[in-house]
Design a protein around this ligand. Sequence first.
Ligand SMILES: C[S@@+](CC[C@H](N)C(=O)[O-])C[C@H]1O[C@@H](n2cnc3c(N)ncnc32)[C@H](O)[C@@H]1O
Length: 418
Amino acid sequence: MSSPDEILRDAVAAHLAGHLTVAEVGYSKVLRKRPADHQALYGLGVIHYDQGARDSGIQYLLRCLQISPDNATTWNTLGSMLIETGKLVEGKAAYQRALELSPELSEGWYNLAVCSKREGDLEGATQQLRRAIACPAPFSKAYEVLATMLYEQGHQPEAAQTLADWAASEPTNPIARHMVAAASATEAPSRASDDYVRAHFDGFADTFDSKLKALGYRGPQLVADALTAAVQRRRPVSSLNTQANSDTPALASLLDAGCGTGLCGPLVRKLCRTLVGVDLSLKMLAHAQRRGCYDELVAAELGAFMRSRPQAFEALVCADTLNYFGSLAEPLAAAHECLRAGAPLVFTVEALASDASIHRLGVSGRYAHSESYLRRTLADSGFDVESIARENLRTENGTAVEAYLVVARRAGVLAGSA
Ligand SMILES: C[S@@+](CC[C@H](N)C(=O)[O-])C[C@H]1O[C@@H](n2cnc3c(N)ncnc32)[C@H](O)[C@@H]1O
């Protein structure tokens, strides 16, 4: 029979590998033999919390701290749980306690900085982030947030230096590499790399919906409304049969490219018989899966996926995703390949105010496109533009992020279309 130490070791390994049920069973077995085992209590607390039993998770961590009151990591994790559940004062106090116990806990300084920023203490936040990156094992996110804050405060060279330091300390980190390119006016790649997209959105997936809601994000509603109007203006041939009635979906097949957590899904579901989502981030896709309204979800680069399904779709939506591309020539050519003639293509990109036909990678790590660039590239890629409207996409730091909402159609006339 395995010893409690062996069971604990296997439970931790299962937890790290994402096998939560196995880990939970293991931790519980350990606790039956050693009711005061700190690691098993901690592991169970994290699993309960992550699975939505937040109060139970917090209770487990409090029990941990009765047993080992000087464990800085537990205080830090408890702080995050308390903050996320709205207990801001208690959460901040937990971070402070963690840092008293372990002044070199970089993540603790980062968390404290996030609290200070939320309270409007930008100077305090900047100092705490500097402290975070001076620790022996700097917490990655601290570089990114510090650089963003320095940009916002107009300290461009210092921000660029912070990103360069980050890339130097983590040379294989795709987010650091992308952000260094974003900070440099001359080194912008033609699109964000697959590695960057995966790393960025895997890390964002669990909080994406709540964060975007807080920013008043309108992308999915904008594309869904525009697609509904485009479909009403002209139905594709497959739906123009005599059996069609008001309950018949207007489209046989719709692709949501860069579907993310699936926010567009419920808004466009009723328009199509088959709804397919494609995205690079497995963690974003897992959320889309839980939403339960896609017929097929595919983990792939969207351009490669679209090229693999020639003329498969009667419409395509793409909300807030093409801003991870600078040049749109490749994704639009791929969209042309996967769409049927006359099919609507509806997407948003961040707006770049310029009369020139250009796109630009911003310090946010996202690209923006000018209207004339959109018109020229759509025409070159075989699309007829129906409309390009300037819309408020979301609010960031109290400022509206403006987007172009584009409605185009794959050129070519459908035989029998109205
Ligand atoms: C800002 S999110 C938008 C998600 C969703 N469309 C929405 O509006 O809520 C952008 C999504 O595009 C995905 N993405 C970016 N570039 C991609 C690419 N080249 N291929 C596939 N997915 C990509 C990201 O993984 C992410 O889930």
